[in-house]
Write a protein that binds this ligand. Structure first.
Ligand code: GTP
Ligand code: MN
Ligand code: MN
Length: 609
């Protein structure tokens, strides 16, 4: 038996509530050792991981890691939000009674860390001193060393963040389990990822993949956070957050927004290229995956990124699409690459789209499962080298255009909120929405093609309200009402907009818009629109830029493609309204303002000739 008190004393972990929680779970999972970690332990943990083979070197201060091959993405089916109140059951939160789930998880976790080290990770999902800091603290306990090093990069980690907080921290328990024997994806699946939201307790069993195992990020930063926000008057969303400064006028605009997983948040937030537009603008990175939004004492809407790092999709990251991401994973950055391809001889990493073609010399290259590429049969030749959901992990401080004030506890004022996703038809490049209820309605009816970030859903069309579907923790009707209430309280309303970088040609399937770094052009138009500098063209579904208003300098787009992305297909939209009605009808008790917005848009479409 570990002398828990002795370990906690030595680590300076004095908070009595945290101590009690650690003891309680150590008694369940029965680890061989316990260690309290802080960011200062990173170098030692890395050395241990290199020694054990958990990490492989991928250049100076860069690391390659692999999760089990059946454990490479979030599992939505196995993810549950549990509470003690059946009224918390929504359509997407997979609600179960807390009294049913807790005993199940305790049973699965009993003795499950035997022989392992239990790491205690005190963390904060906000800058220190944030007005929301009381909801941001947590203590993850995990039996997985990779998880610790990922958490150190993604959150603020150390006992100093939680010692003074009393009982106000999230209890986040992660047990990896015996990965080869968990029946992933079979009827006998043993994994469970449960957030007991009204007890502020997270119990995840059966994965070491980031989205399931870094509990500060998704389980706390999104699911628990949004439940807390509902009860305490703030919003928690899967949003990126960026700032654009017009150097000529000195004006700065901050835009946040939600796109479903693997639909371009990280790319948009990191990679905008002001230099393409004559050096007039300066774009700053605040966050790429989560934003917490609140109304400040001055009545304005504020936002902050609770994370301290970036967990980005590797696929298609290259000099052209996202040079900023490449800069932030340079030698010496401490970046971790998970489930990419790896060369055991040269220690290089590669993923699809890193370069146009894979390396020619196959010697030493292994795919994401660890199998030698040179040994592939002709049938296997076309299979990807890297998993499509392979990721890089790096800290905010490594991102070259990180905002100087990204750690300011005050947060930043929010001027615009955008929604977008992968939509191959119907959705134009950008449409601005002035009315708050219509903006919220637009977010609730965000529909897009699902991606490889969740198991087994790639390519399916589905609605993903505000990009929160996989993270929804309470009923959708309450969620809509909460949005209207919070934004309604703001003295200055943000402009809303829907964007789409993914419209395709119906015949050959090419993307109609070059995307990536060029997306700044659409956001600049939105800011000019908010400022009254451009008027746009009013349509039934919002205001679209005219061709003259949109900065197209230096772009060579076929007129046909441009026409398509700057107009709406009224027939296709009329059909869409029927699908939306069905979608919204699932949400019992949806606020009347949302239905009114729906009817206004439907009528405007009917009136359009
Ligand atoms: P999560 O981190 O899973 O929440 O996803 P994300 O929204 O941050 O997605 P990310 O920015 O990592 O983009 C995922 C995929 O979309 C990558 O394969 C990108 O290459 C692709 N992508 C991003 N932006 C664009 C764009 O503007 N145009 C096109 N065609 N593809 C894009
Ligand atoms: Mn995400
Ligand atoms: Mn991302």
């Amino acid at each position: 038996m570990v002398d828990v008190d002795k370990v906690l004393d030595e680590a300076g972990l004095t908070n009595p509530h945290v101590r009690e929680y650690v003891k309680e779970w150590a008694a369940v999972t029965t680890p061989e050792r316990i260690e309290v970690v802080s960011a200062a332990d990173d170098a030692r943990l890395v050395a241990e991981a290199l020694e054990s083979g958990e990490f492989k070197p991928a250049g100076e201060g860069l690391y390659y890691s692999q999760s089990y091959y059946k454990d490479t993405a979030r599992s939505e089916e196995r993810t549950i939000v549990a509470t003690n109140d059946p009224a918390d059951k929504g359509i997407y939160n997979n609600w179960r009674p807390a009294s049913e789930m807790k005993p199940k998880l305790i049973e699965l976790m009993t003795g499950a860390s035997a022989g392992k080290t239990m790491y205690v990770i005190p963390y904060l999902m906000s800058p220190k001193g944030s007005p929301l800091a009381e909801f941001a603290a947590g203590v993850e306990i995990t039996d997985n060393r990779s998880v610790v090093m990922q958490m150190i990069r993604m959150a603020r980690v150390g006992a100093e963040y939680i010692n003074d907080l009393g009982d106000s921290f999230v209890r986040a328990v992660h047990v990896t389990g015996d990965l080869p024997n968990l029946g992933q994806g079979t009827p006998d699946d043993k994994r469970y990822f449960v957030t007991v939201a009204d007890e502020r307790t997270i119990l995840h069993f059966g994965s070491s993949y980031g989205g399931n195992a870094l509990l500060g990020k998704i389980a706390h930063g999104l699911r628990q956070g949004s439940y807390d926000g509902w009860k305490n008057g703030f919003l928690v969303e899967q949003f990126m957050l960026l700032g654009i400064t017009d150097k000529q006028t000195g004006e700065k605009y901050n835009i946040c927004g939600g796109f479903p997983s693997a639909s371009g948040k990280t790319n948009l937030a990191m990679t905008l290229a002001p230099d393409a537009l004559g050096d007039r603008y300066y774009v700053e990175f605040y966050g790429d995956d989560i934003a917490w939004l609140w109304v400040g004492e001055d009545g304005k809407l504020y936002g902050m990124n609770p994370e301290n790092g970036v967990f980005g999709v590797a696929k298609d990251t290259n000099e052209a699409t996202n040079p900023t991401a490449l800069d932030s994973i340079q030698p010496g950055s401490g970046a971790i690459f998970t489930n990419v391809a790896y060369n055991v001889k040269t220690q290089e990493v590669w993923w699809e789209g890193k370069t146009k073609n894979p390396p020619e010399d196959l010697d030493g290259w292994h795919d994401w499962k660890g199998e030698a590429i040179a040994d592939r049969t002709p049938e296997q030749a076309g299979e990807p080298w890297a998993h499509p959901n392979s990721r890089f992990t790096t800290t905010m401080g490594n991102v070259p255009n990180v905002a100087k004030d990204y750690e300011d506890p005050k947060g930043v004022e929010i001027h615009g909120i955008i929604f977008g996703g992968r939509t191959r038809d119907r959705e134009p490049l950008i449409r601005a929405i002035d009315d708050v209820a219509e903006g919220v309605y637009d977010g609730l009816t965000l529909g897009a093609e699902a991606t490889f970030a969740a198991d087994g859903l790639d390519g399916q069309l589905r609605y993903d309200p505000m990009s929160m579907r996989p993270f929804m923790s309470y009923p959708e009707a309450d969620y809509a009402a909460h949005w209207l209430e919070v934004i309604g309280r703001a003295s200055e309303k943000p402009v809303f907009a829907h964007v789409n970088w993914f419209q395709r040609d119906a015949e050959d399937g090419h993307f109609l818009w070059p995307g990536y770094r060029e997306n700044l052009r659409a956001l600049l138009w939105l800011m000019q629109y908010k400022n009254g500098q451009v008027e746009g063209r009013r349509t039934a579904v919002g205001v679209l830029p005219t061709e003259e208003e949109l900065n197209l300098e230096g772009l060579d787009l076929p007129q046909e493609d441009l026409d398509r992305i700057l107009t709406i297909d009224v027939d296709r939209w009329r059909q869409e309204m029927g699908f939306r009605e069905e979608h919204l009808n699932q949400f019992e008790g949806l606020p009347e303002e949302i239905w009114e917005a729906h009817r206004r848009v439907a009528k405007a479409l009917d009136d359009e000739s």
